[in-house]
Design a protein around this ligand. Structure first.
Ligand code: KIV
Ligand code: NA
Length: 269
């Protein structure tokens, strides 16, 4: 079982083999995701929403990201593990960015970090890379800037923002990023960026022409009934499966069906 590396991702782009990526935040699910053959596991700061119930990704801390990442590292034997640097741990201060990235690498054992933004975080990206830590970029809808955008709608529909995104992608590649996530942008723009870059792009809501795809695990498994953006394909309805199982458990208890004789311990005869 050979570990996926940033180099294997580059090779996949060259060969035209699409890259699969999913989030995971805990040991049990990361083990399943890794065993199922996903190339890259993202310990996303979406854990802030999915695991902790916050409305945005802003509140999650570096310590909490390290806790999630450590659990995923213990589970995954094949996938490359990328960890989001959380809001407030890298923007506007390259020294702090480096310190945060080093804490993630040292304390969790993950393989790379992801930072949101383009030219404006160039110094931080460069500094982290100079320490030998692989960096993934993230452009388009960048949820850590939600209060600047105002909404979670599609980004870069207008010419000006699209031109800036292309420029930012080139800057990140020039800095040495090994890949870039493109979130919620028009498919033709994502295609253009993917063709312009040597490094792989990973899309979420960016059409089929990026070099790979990423989704949030709990979303694609249908655990959260209410979140249904256009880009989300649901591969299971775990909300129903889990609800049904728990309802049966409750009802078995109420009617004294559980536990039965075989499920109980008995004295020696
Ligand atoms: O945190 C996250 O889950 C992400 C993906 C949506 C790319 O950054
Ligand atoms: Na994220």
């Amino acid at each position: 079982l050979k570990r996926v590396t940033t180099h294997s991702l580059q090779e996949m782009k060259t060969l035209g083999e699409k890259i699969s990526m999913l989030t995971a935040y805990d040991y049990s699910l990361a083990k399943i995701v890794d065993g199922a053959g996903v190339d890259v596991i993202l310990v996303g700061d979406s854990a802030s929403n999915v695991m902790a119930g916050h409305e945005t990704t802003l509140p999650i801390t570096l310590d909490q990201m390290i806790y999630h990442a450590s659990a995923v590292v213990r589970a995954a034997k094949r996938a490359l593990i990328v960890v989001d640097l959380p809001f407030g741990s890298y923007q506007g201060n390259s020294e702090e960015a480096l310190r945060s990235a080093i804490r993630i690498m040292k304390e969790s054992g993950a393989h790379a970090v992801k930072l949101e933004g383009g030219a404006e975080i160039k110094e931080s990206v460069t500094r982290v890379l100079s320490a030998g830590v692989p960096v993934m970029g993230h452009l388009g809808l960048t949820p850590q800037s939600i209060y600047k955008f105002g909404t979670y709608t599609v980004r870069a529909k207008e010419e000006e923002e699209a031109a800036k995104l292309i420029q930012d992608a080139l800057v990140l590649q020039e800095c040495g990023c090994f890949g870039i996530v493109l979130e919620k942008i028009p498919a033709p723009l994502a295609k253009k960026v993917s063709e312009s870059l040597k490094v792989p792009t990973i899309g979420i809501g960016a059409g089929v022409d990026t070099d790979g795809q990423v989704l949030v695990l709990q979303d694609m498994l249908g655990i959260n009934k209410d979140f249904k953006p256009r880009f989300l394909r649901r591969y299971a309805d775990l909300h129903s499966v889990i609800t049904g199982s728990i309802q049966n458990y409750v009802s078995d208890i109420k009617k004294k069906d559980f536990p039965n004789e075989k499920e109980s311990y008995w004295n020696k005869k």
